[in-house]
Design a protein around this ligand. Structure first.
Ligand SMILES: [Zn+2]
Length: 165
């Protein structure tokens, strides 16, 4: 009997793995390549680009910066590793950072604007590239799911800070 339960658990484990891939750096790299080839194939890749999860921020999902060695790094908020976060949120975050890259921010491309978010240029560009539906869903998700989760997370960390220090 016990063996059967073990086997069942094993099957369940592998099934859930298929349904939601582990969110590690390989996963991010694959999403980046896919998004680039589908939505940004007009944008030339002029330098090496790396992507990874880092930090846990309340107010932003991602970040892009060019390092001293001229590599561009895209950083995705560590909270987005959580399986409660839909994959399209990660996709949109990557796409958002790629728009910055294409506008010449933190990339070798010529700078097209004075400020990276001037006049809603990122959202406008994302809409033009076909992300209208995802942007709508994202807005709803942030309000209904993300903000309550974040509130809970930061309350937790506040509590543990209070406890330990
Ligand atoms: Zn931005």
């Amino acid at each position: 009997m016990e063996g059967d339960i073990y086997f069942q658990k094993l099957l369940e484990g592998s099934r859930s793995k298929l349904e939601s891939p582990i969110r590690n750096e390989t996963f991010l790299k694959e999403r980046l390549e896919k998004i680039w080839s589908i939505y940004f194939n007009d944008v030339k890749k002029l330098n090496e680009i790396t992507i990874r999860f880092k930090g846990k921020w309340k107010n932003k999902f991602g970040h892009i910066h060019i390092k001293e060695n001229k590599t561009t790094e895209i950083v995705i908020n560590g909270f987005l590793r959580d399986s409660r976060v839909p994959e399209y949120i990660i996709d949109l975050t990557i796409a958002h950072e790629l728009v910055h890259y294409s506008h010449g921010f933190q990339s070798p491309h010529p700078k097209l604007y004075k400020h990276p978010h001037a006049g809603g240029i990122v959202t406008k560009d994302l809409k033009k590239r076909g992300f209208i539906e995802q942007l709508k869903q994202e807005r709803k998700w942030i309000k209904e799911i993300w903000q309550p989760i974040i509130k809970e997370e930061f309350q937790k960390s506040k509590r543990s800070r209070r406890f330990w220090f």
